[in-house]
Design a protein around this ligand. Structure first.
Ligand SMILES: [Zn+2]
Length: 396
C-alpha cells in the first residue's frame, strides 16, 4: 500500500520514492507505476488528481494521471516506462494543486456555512475546469436561495477566511471519532480522516487542504439553480475568484467605454439603448412594410381570374415583422391573392372572400403550411412563379 505523503503535508511538492510495480497503462504508449510513497493526490471526493513528473538518473517521466485502487495502492500514469526498483524523485505541479486546494477548502467552508445558517446538507463536490459545484438539500425541499441568503453565505465564508483560522487534518481513534461534532456521518467506517477548519467546519475527508482558511483567498458564489430537487451552488475561490473578477472588470470597462458611461451606470445605459433600438426598428419596419404593400399593388395583374387580383412578388430577405404587417394590410381588402418570396421565406395569402387553400398551394411548390387564408414556408423564389402558373391554370 502506498504511503500517502500529502496526508501530513499538503504543500510537499518534491519527494523521494521507489517504483514498486510497473504495468502497461490503459492507453497505448502509457505505463502505470506504483510507488512505495507518494505525494501525488489521486482523484477522489470530487478533487482531481495531481500532475507532475518522476525524475530518475538518466531521464524523467511525466505524470499525467493518478488513481488509487481498492487496495489503497496509488497508480501514477506515466508517458514512459521506469523499471521496478528505480529510485525516483517526484515533482508535483504545485500551481495546479494549490488551485485545487483553494476550491476544495472553499467548498468545506461553504458547506459548513450552508449547514450552520440554513440547515442545508451538502452532497458531493464537483471541481470543474472553470467553477465548482455542490448540491444542497434544503429544508422544505427548496431548490433556490434568495439574493440575501447568497450574500449572507458569501459574507460569512469570506469573513472566516480572513480570520485565517488553522486547518487541521488527522486520523482520530474510534473513541475520539465518536465524540467529534462532524457535520455529517463519514462515508467510510475505517481509517476515517477528519478535517477541522477553525471552529467552522468539521467533517470526514481524505482530500488535501490549505494549512489555514486564509489560504483559500476568497469565495464568490456564481449561481444557484435547481438540480434534481436540490439547490446546485456554483462558486469559485482563491486565484480563480481573482481571475474572474479581472475578466468581469475588463468586460465591464469595455462595455462602459463603448456606451460612454461609467460602469455603475452600465445597466441603465444598456436598457436605454435597447429601447431606443426597438423604437428605431419599429419605425424602420413601418416604413418597409408600407413600401412592400406598394410593391404588391404594382405587381397586381387582374388577368382572367374572375375579378380577383393576383400579385406575385419576390424581394430580398427582410424583417419578418415588416413582411407580416404588409401582408395583413394587403389582404384586408377584398379579392386579393398574394404570392411572396422574401429571400427564401414564402408567404402565400389571400383575402377572406377568395376560395383558394394557400396552405395546400404552398405544400405543392415548397415546404410549409398554415391556414387556408395564410400560409408560410421555405423555398426558392422560383416557387412563386410555379404557384402563379398553377393558380392561373386552375382558376380559369
Ligand atoms: Zn476535504
Amino acid at each position: 500500500m502506498t504511503e500517502r505523503l500529502y496526508y501530513d503535508d499538503a504543500y510537499l511538492w518534491e519527494f523521494d520514492a521507489k517504483i514498486t510495480r510497473i504495468r502497461a497503462g490503459k492507453q497505448k504508449g502509457t505505463w502505470e507505476a506504483a510507488l512505495n510513497r507518494s505525494a501525488f493526490y489521486p482523484t477522489s471526493g470530487g478533487q482531481p488528481f495531481d500532475t507532475g513528473k518522476l525524475c530518475f538518473p538518466g531521464g524523467e517521466a511525466a505524470v499525467t494521471g493518478v488513481e488509487a485502487d481498492r487496495e489503497g495502492e496509488v497508480w501514477h500514469t506515466l508517458d514512459r516506462e521506469i523499471p521496478e526498483g528505480t529510485e525516483v524523485r517526484g515533482f508535483i505541479d504545485g500551481k495546479r494543486r494549490t488551485d485545487h486546494m483553494e476550491q476544495h477548502g472553499g467548498e468545506h467552508m461553504l458547506a459548513g456555512a450552508v449547514w450552520e445558517k440554513l440547515r442545508g446538507t451538502t452532497i458531493g463536490l464537483h471541481l470543474g475546469q472553470e467553477d465548482s459545484t455542490i448540491d444542497v438539500t434544503l429544508p422544505g425541499e427548496r431548490t433556490h436561495l434568495t439574493e440575501d441568503e447568497i450574500f449572507m453565505l458569501e459574507d460569512t465564508v469570506n469573513e472566516r477566511i480572513r480570520m485565517d483560522a488553522p486547518i487541521r487534518c488527522w486520523f482520530p481513534s474510534a473513541e475520539e471519532l465518536a465524540s467529534l461534532p462532524l457535520r455529517k456521518e463519514p462515508a467510510v467506517k475505517e481509517h476515517v480522516r477528519v478535517v477541522a477548519m477553525g471552529d467552522f467546519e468539521m467533517v470526514a475527508c481524505g482530500g488535501t487542504h490549505p494549512s489555514s482558511t486564509g489560504r483559500i483567498g476568497m469565495l464568490k458564489i456564481l449561481s444557484v439553480i435547481p438540480a434534481k430537487g436540490k439547490a446546485r451552488i456554483s462558486f469559485v475561490c482563491g486565484g480563480r475568484a481573482a481571475a474572474l473578477f479581472r475578466k468581469y472588470m475588463r468586460c465591464a470597462d469595455k462595455a462602459g467605454a463603448a456606451l460612454s458611461c461609467p460602469v455603475e451606470k452600465l445597466s441603465r445605459a444598456a436598457s436605454d439603448l435597447k429601447s431606443r433600438l426597438a423604437e428605431a426598428e419599429r419605425k424602420a419596419n413601418r416604413l418597409a412594410s408600407r413600401e412592400l404593400t406598394e410593391q404588391f399593388r404594382k405587381a397586381e395583374s387582374a388577368g382572367d381570374l374572375k375579378g380577383i387580383t393576383l400579385a406575385a412578388v419576390t424581394v430580398e430577405d427582410m424583417d419578418p415583422r415588416a413582411v407580416s404587417a404588409a401582408v395583413s394590410d394587403y389582404i384586408a381588402e377584398k379579392g386579393k391573392l398574394l404570392l411572396l418570396a422574401a429571400g427564401e421565406r414564402l408567404t402565400f395569402a389571400r383575402s377572406e372572400d377568395v376560395p383558394v387553400d394557400m396552405a395546400e398551394l404552398i405544400r405543392r411548390v415548397g415546404r410549409g403550411g398554415g391556414r387556408p387564408e395564410l400560409a408560410s414556408g421555405a423555398g426558392i423564389p422560383e416557387c412563386v412563379n410555379v404557384a402563379r402558373k398553377i393558380l392561373i391554370t386552375e382558376m380559369k
